[in-house]
Design a protein around this ligand. Structure first.
Ligand SMILES: Nc1ncnc2c1ncn2[C@@H]1O[C@H](COP(=O)(O)OP(=O)(O)OP(=O)(O)O)[C@@H](O)[C@H]1O
Length: 237
């Protein structure tokens, strides 16, 4: 099985006349826990979306085939989950229906996913009536139910209190241990340290650092990345 999942070659994104990503070369490999860091507007979300294929642009994006010649299954988690005014379980069965999962499997997969994130007792509760942390766990359950090879996370804990943040981080860590490849954007370098194996630093749409996590925090980085690290570190808990 190919260890590479997605490759970008000189990939960009342009909004109107404004380049948001410029000539990115990056290969996502199975088992990566890739954190995208950088200042506001540096292109983290845009890179997540370009890797996922939600937006296109100049350059190349290659999806490498997994076993039995299928492309990698991908799921995305946003900072604020988009949930419908339906029960928690129905939000999951609907996502599984959209993904083409046969009717007789949906209920069991939804319930297994709810249990996976500790929400089995709230299966009937309206998703919109759940707390922020529970909603994010439900969104994680929805992603997990799709059995993704790659999970994209866009600042997954940015709007959560510390205890909900810990719960969500624990689940993300467990998913990675189960074999899900992660790509997450984060402003929280502490989170990158806790969850990531590899860190990419973006600056004005360009990839300026791509290092294993221990080297990112140890090596001498290019000046802008070093400055970013210095500025962010007091706020990393
Ligand atoms: N839909 C859009 N239309 C126009 N410009 C956009 C759009 N989305 C992003 N941009 C611009 O692209 C650049 C990169 O934005 P992006 O959201 O990827 O940055 P980011 O690093 O994720 O920022 P933040 O940390 O604030 O979330 C910014 O200049 C932003 O204003």
């Amino acid at each position: 099985m190919n260890a590479d999942l997605i490759t970008l070659r000189r990939a960009g994104v342009v909004f109107g006349a404004v380049p948001a990503l410029v000539e990115i070369d990056l290969t996502l490999r199975r088992g990566d826990r890739l954190a995208l860091v950088g200042a506001n507007g540096s292109g983290k979300t845009t890179l997540l979306r370009r890797l996922h294929g939600l937006i296109d642009g100049p350059g190349e994006r290659t999806l490498h085939l997994c076993e039995r010649g299928r492309p990698p299954v991908m799921a995305m988690l946003f900072q604020r989950p988009f949930l419908l005014h339906l029960s928690a379980r129905r939000n999951l069965t609907l996502a599984l229906w959209l993904a083409g999962v046969p009717r007789d499997e949906r209920r069991a997969r939804a319930d297994a996913a709810l249990e996976r994130v500790g929400l089995q007792t709230l299966a009937q509760r309206s998703a919109r009536a759940l707390s922020g942390g529970q909603q994010q766990r439900l969104a994680l359950a929805r992603a997990w139910a799709l059995r993704p090879d790659v999970l994209f996370l866009d600042e997954p804990t940015a709007s959560l209190d510390p205890s909900a943040k810990r719960e969500v981080e624990t689940l993300i860590d467990e998913f990675a241990r189960d074999g899900v490849t992660l790509v997450m954007s984060t402003h929280n370098l502490g989170q990158a340290k806790r969850l990531a194996s590899r860190v990419v630093h973006l600056e004005a749409g360009r990839l300026v650092v791509d290092l294993p996590v221990d080297r990112f925090f140890r090596d001498t980085l290019p000046p802008a990345a070093a400055q970013f690290l210095k500025g962010e570190l007091p706020w990393t808990t």
